[in-house]
Design a protein around this ligand. Structure first.
Ligand SMILES: Cc1cc2nc3c(=O)[nH]c(=O)nc-3n(C[C@H](O)[C@H](O)[C@H](O)COP(=O)(O)OP(=O)(O)OC[C@H]3O[C@@H](n4cnc5c(N)ncnc54)[C@H](O)[C@@H]3O)c2cc1C
Ligand SMILES: *[C@@H]1O[C@H](CO)[C@@H](O)[C@H](O)[C@H]1NC(C)=O
Ligand SMILES: *[C@@H]1O[C@H](CO)[C@@H](O)[C@H](O)[C@H]1NC(C)=O
Ligand SMILES: *[C@@H]1O[C@H](CO)[C@@H](O)[C@H](O)[C@H]1NC(C)=O
Length: 470
């Protein structure tokens, strides 16, 4: 059942390729439509952008292919009429040399990331009613220290990559609730969920995926260095990166690779602009895939059997983010969705709106919605509005008559939280996955290969660039 959706998507994509058709013969491209580069990078989110910048810094040429009309991926900022802004995706980066060196290279000014508010009201979003946090929730520092002590034994995960020993310890494959019980982490579940709500139903999630979304690097940042953010929004970082990469010559926006052939000598990618329909031929020594390597996204690639069999195995969550305007919510509070009966921790279950996080700009909140694969964008949008209205009808907050909450910005980040079934992990999935690095001149980075945090992903990406041996 798990695999059937992907298989379905992959096969429908194959059928569709007949209609999208008209992929051209590589020999038919005029010289001005041929781009020769050292590396072609697919995906201009945190990792693809970082790779492009670092490769150029080292003197290599790049072509960066991004499906949307902007760089940033999971990082997005909305600028408000009053001059303020809301980062409704990525909010901050570890206050670490890796981040600061990147910011310095791009001349990005930064400041500490502080929460829009330290105050939280617990609300059961299903009823709209205030609930009381259970008395057994520890402070952030105590939770983090308890949790760190429990997971330190898995030191091979400390770099953020899925570098397991040959025999993966069974405890990593068991549901998180068992680890919580064994190590008495009940009081820490809320904090852990703060950083890993993208796993969905956390208590049922295999321990390894909880650690990969909130592990040693994240705890270290939380307890020691803290977080920083670019002044005037995360967009500033990516706008400056686009300049550094020389976007007019090296970035292909609104574009995807529609046909890719690879061998040990190099790569040919035909890239199509979805807006203009125009196609370019990119010839490169190396290919870096910096988006999740799912079969639907790799349609048109000359996938070998071992690649197809691994990429067919993903399961994932849907994840949506929004900036919400709702002036009648209580000023200066985060509203945290809490299901009191889901113990320990009171975390919500899918599909859910995780919280309405006060942005620091009066009336504006950040919101994140998580679901299984069948949770649609339309349902996520409706959920935000319905949750707020339910708080109003329950009398929790007074809403002016006729006042509608408004989604000022909304974005889909699906597929998110790339996982495979524990049987696959046991049978060496990740060893085989990393074994693909470098095969047929192809390399991979991004949150499928490493913990889903920018700073750690940048460090992993740097190691992948080293592997290219350019
Ligand atoms: C809402 C949200 C908040 C987060 N907050 C933080 C935070 O505060 N701090 C933090 O460190 N991390 C945060 N994260 C984690 C975040 O995912 C990572 O930090 C990082 O941005 C992931 O980078 P990536 O390059 O792997 O993927 P992405 O940023 O998703 O980049 C992938 C890129 O590939 C493009 N793409 C997709 N398919 C194709 C295709 N077929 N062809 C071409 N391009 C394609 C996408 O448009 C996108 O630009 C957050 C994640 C989410 C979803
Ligand atoms: C912040 O960025 C926005 C959008 O690019 C711009 O309009 C605004 O002037 C910037 N504000 C400051 C203070 O730099
Ligand atoms: C969505 O999928 C989940 C399990 O993956 C299932 O329990 C749920 O019933 C599905 N919801 C709908 C509306 O089909
Ligand atoms: C960065 O990656 C290297 C390996 O490439 C690793 O040794 C180091 O610990 C990582 N640093 C951080 C801060 O994750």
């Amino acid at each position: 059942m798990r695999l059937s959706l992907w298989t379905l998507l992959a096969s429908s994509a194959l059928t569709l390729s007949g209609t999208t058709a008209a992929v051209r013969n590589p020999n038919s491209f005029r010289p001005e439509d041929i781009i020769d580069r050292d590396v072609v990078i697919l995906g201009g989110g945190a990792t693809g952008t970082y790779a492009a910048v670092q490769l150029r810094r080292r003197g290599h040429s790049v072509a960066l292919v991004e499906q949307t009309s902007r760089l940033g991926g999971h990082a997005s900022t909305v600028y408000l009429p009053n001059g303020g802004y809301v980062n409704y995706g990525v909010e901050g980066y570890f206050n670490h040399d890796i981040t600061k060196e990147f910011f310095a290279l791009l001349d990005v000014d930064y400041e500490p990331l502080l929460p829009g508010s330290w105050l939280t009201k617990h609300i059961d979003f299903r009823t709209g009613k205030r609930v009381w946090p259970s008395s057994d929730i520890a402070t952030t520092a105590v939770s983090a220290v308890l949790y760190r002590a429990a997971i330190e034994q898995f030191d091979y995960l400390a770099m953020g990559a899925y570098y397991f020993p040959d025999k993966v310890p069974e405890v990593l494959l068991r549901p998180f609730r068992e680890f919580v019980a064994k190590h008495n982490l009940q009081r820490a579940v809320q904090l852990i969920f703060m950083f890993s709500q993208n796993v969905g139903n956390i208590l049922d999630t295999p321990l390894l995926y909880v650690i990969m979304n909130f592990g040693i690097p994240q705890i270290h940042a939380l307890l020691e260095g803290g977080y920083i953010k670019p002044k005037n929004g995360t967009d500033v970082l990516f706008n400056k990166a686009a300049i550094y990469i020389d976007e007019a010559n090296n970035i292909l926006y609104d574009s995807t690779a529609v046909q890719v052939t690879r061998d040990s000598a190099g790569v040919q990618a035909i890239v199509k602009n979805a807006k203009t329909g125009s196609q370019k031929l990119i010839r490169a020594k190396k290919l870096l895939v910096a988006h999740p390597p799912t079969l639907p996204k790799l349609q048109g690639f000359d996938l070998r059997a071992e690649e197809t069999s691994l990429f067919a195995k993903w399961t994932y969550k849907t994840y949506y983010a929004a900036a919400v305007r709702s002036p009648s919510l209580p000023e200066g509070f985060n509203l945290l969705n809490t299901y009191p009966e889901n113990r320990p921790g009171g975390t919500p279950t899918t599909p859910f709106q995780w919280q309405l996080e006060y942005s620091g700009v009066p009336g504006y909140y950040m919101s994140k919605m998580v679901g299984e694969t069948n949770f649609t964008e339309a349902e996520a949008r409706q959920l935000v509005i319905d949750d707020i209205k339910r708080m109003s009808s329950a009398g929790t907050f007074e809403m002016e008559a006729g006042e509608e909450p408004e989604l000022v910005a909304f974005i889909s980040h699906s597929p998110e939280t790339m996982m495979v079934h524990v049987d696959e992990v046991r049978e060496g999935f990740y060893k085989k996955l990393y074994g693909l690095q470098g095969l047929h001149s192809t390399y991979y980075t991004g949150y499928t290969f490493c913990t889903d945090y920018s700073t750690v992903l940048w460090n992993y990406t740097a190691s992948v660039i080293d592997m290219m041996g350019l």
